[in-house]
Write a protein that binds this ligand. Sequence first.
Ligand code: ZN
Length: 245
Amino acid sequence: MIKLERPNRPVAFTAAIEHALIAIYLESNKPVWHDAPGVVDALRTMSREKCAYCEASIAERNTPSEIDHFVSKDNDPTRVVEWTNLLPCCRGCNSRKGTHDVLAEPIINPCDIDPKQHLLYADGYFRPKTALGKTTLRALDFTLDRKLMRAIYELTLQANNRLEELAEKAAAEPPPTKGNLTRLRNRIAALMEDGQAKEKFAAAVSTAILRSPDYVTVKAFLQQADRWDAELQNLEDTLQSHALL
Ligand SMILES: [Zn+2]
């Protein structure tokens, strides 16, 4: 989970439409959010087509798009299409969270609270740093979805393996030629791209990269060779903002 920046409510989704949709929901109990103009697209753009909770690609995990009501419809039906109450979500997280009452037992809303303040990722698992983190993980219980946990872990392993290979190249004798240095610089940049917000499981991948001793080795080597540039530093700053350390 990474921090999300919620954009302004879509202009086409007027207060009059919202009131009409709430009335339809209260009467029929049928889903109405897909009739809120611009909302689904705006939410999916906000999360870069990922689940706001587990960061899986929604396209890979879903057939139709799902929207989580942060305050569930059972707990407050009048917020059924409230812009700030809607989050893009995969089917698994949506069903595991279910009707969890966030008013009675708050959890992280990634649009409002930075997950890194409350969660860790270590040894293939998300773990709580705080009471809010604990409630969040209990409500979302990612561990029930073994396929999801394995997919996240595999990406972190891949990152670690690539870093190990790069660290070996950095330590090789004789030292890398100018061309090889450029290749090394480009390969670490490509690896850091995998922890950027648009990529799935960015929080876990960012954590794996920053925690790796091989990353420290490669970075120190490039710094010494005067090849640690502003673009690499920007990529690292973003990893820092996502990492659950
Ligand atoms: Zn999810």
